[in-house]
Design a protein around this ligand. Sequence first.
Ligand code: NAP
Length: 266
Amino acid sequence: MSTNNTKGAALITGASTGIGATYADRLAKRGYDLILVARDEARLNALADRLRAETGVKVEIIKADLTDKAALLKLEDRLATDTGIAALVNNAGVAGANDFVATDPDAFEKMIQLNVTAVTRLAAAAARNFIPRNKGAIVNLASVVGLAPELGMPVYGATKAFVTYLTQGLRVQFGDSAVRLQAVLPGATRTEIWERSGQDVNSLDPNMVMGVDDMVDAALAGFDQGELVTIPSLPDAADWDGALAAKAKLYPNLSRNEPAARLRKA
Ligand code: NAP
C-alpha cells in the first residue's frame, strides 16, 4: 500500500472486532493509514468503510487466517518489505482451552500457532523492516494472565507470558534503536473473546472488567509515555518496577558452578 501521509500505515492483526478494531479506530484518528487483518472480510470491510468516511485515511483489508502457514508467510513478506508500514499491532489471539486433560491437543496447537508462532514471525518481519531504518513500532498484545499461573489457564497464560518475555527480550536486543516496543497486558476486557472461548464475562466481578475503549486508550497513553510494558489497570507503575526488582534479586544465583547447599548430597 503506498502512502503519502507522514505517519505511514499501521498493520493491525485481529482487527475485525474487539481490541484490534478499537486500535484501528484510534490509530486512524491519529492519522495512520491502516492495513487491517482478520478472517471475517465482511466485518473488516464495514470497519474500513466507516474509518475511511470518518477520518479520510487509507484503509486496506487483508483476509487471512494467521494459523495458515501460506497466509502467514504472505503477510510476513508484506510486513518485511513495505517501507510504508510504520507500526505493527500484533493483536490477533484466542483464549480458552483451559482444561489441560480434557482439551483436544489440536486446540492447544492452534492457540500456540496464533498466539505465539504468528506473533513471533510477524514481529520478526516487522523488525527486518524497521531496524535498518531505525524507526517503527511493534505493539504486542499479551495479558495479565501471563503473570498469574494461579488463574488456571496454563496454555493461554503461557502463550501470553511468551509475548511479554518476547517484547522484553527484543528491547534488550534492539539496544539503543529508536524502534519502539510495547507489550500490553490487559486484564479482563469486554470483547467477544469471552464468548468465543466459552466463558461468560458477566460471571466476573464487574469491578474487574474494563470496557474496550478505556483499555485501548490507556494502552495508547502508556505507549505515548514510553512504557515497555503497560498494564492498563495498574494504578502505580512503580509496582511493576518493584516486581522486576524482586526478580532481579535472583539473578546472581541463577547460574553457578555448584549446586545450592540445600541440594547437595548429605
Ligand atoms: P476478540 O474480540 O475475540 O477478537 C480477536 C480478533 O482476532 C478478531 O478480530 C478475530 O477476527 C481475530 N482472529 C482470531 N483468530 C484468528 C486467526 N486464526 N487469524 C486471523 N485473525 C484471527 O479478542 P480481543 O479480546 O479483542 O483480544 C485481542 C487480543 O487481546 C488477544 O491477543 C487476546 O489474547 C488479548 N487479550 C484480551 C483480553 C480480554 O479480556 N478481551 C485480555 C487480555 C488480553 P476473525 O474472527 O475475523 O478472524
